[in-house]
Write a protein that binds this ligand. Structure first.
Ligand SMILES: Nc1nc2c(c(=O)[nH]1)N[C@H]1C(S)=C(S)[C@@H](COP(=O)(O)OP(=O)(O)OC[C@H]3O[C@@H](n4cnc5c(N)ncnc54)[C@H](O)[C@@H]3O)O[C@H]1N2
Ligand code: MOO
Length: 476
């Protein structure tokens, strides 16, 4: 199966595309079905020539008429982006533990040794052999990290530290606070019953060498790094992070100091790269290209990234170069506009087999919307990450809806309910900066108590403070 076939099969909803053998897809219409589904998400914009995808498919009409002016339904666009991500052939690599955080295991994590790898004292105290009282064997203590001593003779006790190797023939460890030494006769007495095996962690208690500790596709988190190190790993085999390049468009953007003379600060350059990293991507570069169509064409056609993310220039203004540049580059539009507010001019295109572009609208919250709708599911697939099970939660307040489109509205979790935040207009980040996530508001809106789908933000910390309710609603 070629990379192109695999992507087309994925667009057609074939979950097995990633591993399907070459002969699984023949000239049976499967590829066309995939392209058809992608095309169904592409609606012509007023005054546009047919999209390259439509031309490539023989100039057929692109999608049902009802979708033409509204864009793809939000859930469909998101699902298509996810399938395209999952269809890409996975790249795996071996990385040192120090570089593996946030990546996904490409192989199961199998214990390379028993854990613990020797019988270990769980407490500071005394290793004892047989029933007490015990004769104290010398002044020395057995410390953690030290080599093998001899066996402990029956009736004797030796001082031992937490983490030290238990001498052979030891029957129990007595905690220092539960025993006293009679100095006159060098005898140790326990002040409570001693049970055989107490406070000894036997070798292999947590795992035996060869046990599977985690399956492939587990996310490498800090405890996974700790577990891998404990189990003997120096390196892990993971899915390589998808490589992303961010192209920030707009002549009006400043990179420092205060806005002036109609110029504004670039809010997306500082935000998109770190957000993509939080989604598991390797950001090769964030480049500011102004409104230069030539520079954009060069950047798009020469990029080595798996995914190019552009910001701005998606609409039909005089310097909105994304569509014309994609046409010139022979890209295939897979999603052109999505029925979501903010962010409806967002788009997804295939630049070449295995290389895609997500065009984020320039309004900052519209860009966030595009990031969550198209870039996040695509990257999740490329990075080998599972989508968390979608969940819903009741909304506390009424939320106005768009008559036809889905709305994404920043919220905070409070007492099991979603509290929608103000300052959620397309050009605003104030609500999102305080948010735990974005709530998916269906066309027509939501009433208090309605359950809404929740898109948690990757760093959601369940903000302890409540952003002010005094702030007036503002939607533009
Ligand atoms: N005639 C129409 N005009 C617009 C429509 C429409 O349907 N018909 N859609 C509007 C919507 S909705 C959006 S969203 C924007 C999308 O525009 P673009 O993607 O072409 O973005 P720009 O025009 O370049 O910028 C829009 C807006 O955002 C500001 N911007 C851009 N980049 C940044 C940045 N890095 N940091 C901060 N702010 C940025 C830019 O200055 C503009 O104010 O189009 C509407 N127009
Ligand atoms: O997509 Mo736009 O964000 O509604 O302004």
């Amino acid at each position: 199966m070629s990379e192109h076939d695999r992507e087309a099969a994925a667009a057609a909803g074939d979950e097995r595309a990633r591993s399907a053998p070459a002969e699984a897809t023949g000239p049976d219409g499967g590829e066309l079905d995939g392209v058809d589904e992608a095309l169904a998400l592409v609606g012509p914009r007023p005054g546009d020539a047919p999209a390259p995808a439509a031309a490539a498919a023989g100039g057929r009409a692109a999608g049902p008429a009802t979708r033409r002016h509204r864009g793809a339904p939000w859930a469909e666009a998101r699902a298509l982006a996810a399938r395209i991500g999952r269809a890409a052939p996975p790249r795996t690599h071996r990385v040192p533990l120090s570089e593996a955080l946030g990546q996904v295991l490409a192989e199961p994590l199998t214990a390379l040794c028993d854990l613990p790898s020797f019988d270990t004292s769980a407490m500071d105290g005394w290793a004892v052999a047989g029933p007490g009282p015990w004769t104290v064997a010398g002044e020395d203590a057995i410390l953690a990290g030290h080599g093998d001593g001899g066996p402990l003779p029956d009736g004797t006790a030796v001082r031992i530290a937490t983490g030290a190797r238990i001498p052979p023939e030891t029957t129990a460890v007595v905690r220092s606070e539960h025993a006293r030494v009679d100095p006159a006769v060098h005898q140790l007495h326990a002040d409570r019953e001693v049970v055989t095996g107490q406070d000894i962690r036997p070798r292999g208690q947590e795992c035996r060498s060869g046990d599977q500790l985690l399956p492939a596709e587990a996310l490498v988190t800090p405890p996974v790094l700790g577990l891998a190190a404990a189990a003997g790993y120096d390196e892990l085999v993971t899915f390589a992070r998808p490589r992303v390049e961010v192209l920030v468009l707009g002549d009006e953007l400043l990179t420092s100091a205060l806005p002036h003379d109609g110029l504004i600060r670039d809010a997306l350059g500082p935000m998109i790269g770190p957000w993509l990293r939080a989604l598991g991507a390797e950001v090769l570069a964030t480049r500011r290209l102004g409104d230069d169509a030539e520079a954009l064409h060069r950047a798009v056609t020469t990029s080595e990234a798996d995914l190019v993310v552009t910001t701005g220039g998606t609409a039909a203004g005089p310097v909105d170069h994304v569509h014309p540049v994609l046409r010139k580059a022979g890209a295939e539009l897979l999603v052109d506009q999505v029925a979501v507010r903010p962010g409806h001019p967002m788009l997804l295109a295939r630049l070449a087999p295995g290389r895609h572009l997500v065009g984020l609208p320039g309004n900052p919250l519209a860009a966030v919307s595009g990031l969550l709708t198209l870039a996040e599911p695509l990257l999740r697939g490329l990075a080998g990450r599972f989508a968390p099970d979608p969940y819903r939660a009741p909304v506390r307040d009424e939320v106005h809806g768009h008559p036809h489109d889905t709305r994404l509205v920043p919220f905070v979790h409070r007492d099991g309910r979603l509290v929608p935040l103000h300052y959620n207009g397309p050009a605003m980040l104030r609500g999102t900066a305080a948010a735990d996530g974005l709530a998916v508001v269906p066309p027509g809106g939501a009433r208090p108590g309605d359950e809404l789908e929740v898109l948690d933000l990757p760093w959601a910390t369940w903000t302890p403070w409540t952003p002010s309710d005094e702030q007036g609603g503002c939607f533009t």
